[in-house]
Design a binder for this molecule. Structure first.
Ligand code: HEM
Length: 473
């Protein structure tokens, strides 16, 4: 082929590309000019753990709808949340991003992309996460017993104590005792189980995960040090527990592996391992951010008010009758949602209009809790301030609750929400009925949100607090 014809083909392709980019309906969407042509800037921010803040800044500059790349748009309004995540019940299909969350290479409920397949799987287990099941005596007793061990550790230890690690133990023990009842881990007081908490919690996997996502065909050639979050102990554990012979009939594993279940043993193990992973960092990080906020000197009044509520109610007051406790938890999940980043979805065939803009089919659309919880300052005034009282005001309560997005929404919202809320409430009631916490003198760890693949954790993975008995203060 002559040189000039190569140039001609190149010029034609470039013109076609520019034509497509400049005539796509997405060009009308506010956003930096370069996002019409390339997603490289977004990828740069993803690889440097800055995606969430990059998107947040774009929303602050361009408004509630912003183009992130030639085929990706972020939204932050209630209207968009309802359309993307709840239209028709479960909203739009997930993108291949969720393939990263397969377990043993098997699709779980969380990593199933298509709505129909997802709803089949959900039918197999949803009743286990109903509040009536979670509040069954054996489940609540197991959670309470773990919370009491946590308090005992805080009591025993006179100096500063790293609650980050202990709270991850508590979350791991809570979720495994629920899933595998009457079995389950005791990482708060058993060294071998503690190792499993460490395996699941202390890892650097962001870039490795992104490489797997962007280069899926090369992934099988990657060297072992590029495998994200290897968890050999947990792998063996979940497979073993999925084969339990006599689990409590109300446990998750009993439901998944019941006689006639359509799931194979490995599918049951994968589902359980996924819930175990979903339940440790989210609840552990959420509680850690919360206790850190409560322990700041400027929030001592908040802690005192919580103590007052707990002191004036008996220990068998239902967890739902503690409004200040609920407000404290919601405010922590609003300020520092453990999953603060975008939940990506594909626009269905034929395209859809979202928040007034037409989106062609297969556009990737999403909302991120971090921005949803801060963007509308009429609903959340002083959005960066930790202020539990905002949840107790009657005025604007509906708007606040509708924009509370920490657990997602719609048919693919968090299945474990009830379990997480019960675990958090039980622990905080046990701790703050008896103890007062403050930042330890040697607490120098950075508590900024450090983005992982979809979740975020305290940057230094450490939070040192000191506890004093309430009777002595
Ligand atoms: C504070 C604690 C928690 C938070 C903030 C949280 C948040 C979320 C969010 C935002 C999603 C939707 C993500 C998306 O659409 O991409 C989700 C899904 C899910 N969560 Fe949670 N979660 C928490 C605790 C738990 C616990 C304790 C469990 C289980 C033991 C759990 C199990 C799940 C599962 C199975 C899904 C997938 C649901 C589906 O695809 O239908 N989560 N969670």
């Amino acid at each position: 082929m002559k040189m000039w014809s190569i140039w001609l083909v190149g010029a034609l392709l470039a013109s076609l590309y520019l034509y497509r980019r400049t005539t796509s309906p997405l060009t009308k969407i506010p956003g930096p000019w370069y996002t019409k042509f390339t997603g490289l800037c977004l990828k740069y921010h993803e690889f440097t753990a800055g995606r969430r803040l990059f998107i947040h800044q774009l929303h602050k500059k361009y408004g509630p709808v912003v183009r992130l790349s030639p085929d990706e748009v972020s939204f932050t309004s209630l209207e968009a949340i309802r359309e993307i995540y709840a239209s028709g019940g479960s909203g739009y299909d997930k993108t291949e991003y969720y393939d990263l969350f397969r377990q043993y290479g098997i699709k779980t409920m969380f990593s199933t992309l298509d709505k129909q397949a997802h709803s089949h799987r959900k039918r197999e287990l949803a009743d286990r996460y109903a509040m009536t099941n979670i509040l069954r005596e054996p489940h609540v007793s197991a959670i309470k017993e773990r919370a009491q061990v946590f308090v005992q550790k805080c009591h025993e230890f006179k100096g500063s104590i790293d609650v980050y690690s202990l709270l991850h133990c508590y979350a791991l023990d809570g979720v495994t005792n629920f899933m595998f009842s009457p079995g389950g881990l005791r990482s708060l007081d058993n060294a071998r189980d503690f190792d499993m908490m460490e395996e699941l919690t202390y890892h650097q996997s962001l870039q490795k995960n992104l490489l797997h996502y962007y280069l899926p065909t090369c992934a099988s050639y990657f060297p072992s040090w590029l495998i994200p979050r290897p968890s050999p102990m947990t792998n063996v554990y979940a497979i073993k527990m999925a084969a339990q012979k006599t689990p409590d009939e109300y446990s998750l594993v009993a439901r998944l592996a019941k006689k006639g279940s359509p799931l194979s043993h490995m599918e049951v193990a994968a589902e359980c391992k996924d819930h175990l992973a979903a339940g440790i960092d989210t609840t552990g990080d959420g509680l850690c951010f919360l206790m850190w906020e409560l322990s700041k000197p400027e929030h001592s009044q908040i802690q005192d008010r919580l103590y007052e509520e707990l002191r004036l109610t008996s220990t068998d007051t239902p967890l739902d009758n503690l409004p200040y406790l609920e407000a404290v938890i919601k405010e922590a999940l609003r300020c520092t949602p453990p999953i603060p980043m975008s939940f990506p979805r594909y626009v269905p065939s034929g395209g859809r209009t979202i928040a007034g803009y037409f989106m062609p089919e297969s556009t990737i659309v999403s909302c991120q809790p971090y921005t949803v919880h801060r963007f509308d300052e009429e609903v959340f005034p002083e959005p960066d301030r930790f202020n539990p009282d905002r949840w107790l005001e009657e005025k604007g309560a509906n708007d606040r609750n509708r924009l509370f997005f920490a657990f997602g929404t719609g048919g693919r919202g968090c299945t474990g929400r009830n379990l997480a809320m019960v675990e958090m409430k039980v622990l905080l009631r046990e701790v703050y009925s008896h103890l007062q916490s403050s930042l330890a003198p040697d607490m120098a760890a950075c508590m900024d949100l450090d983005d992982q693949i979809i979740s975020a954790r305290p940057k230094d993975q450490m939070c040192k607090l000191v506890f004093e008995s309430r009777s002595r203060v």
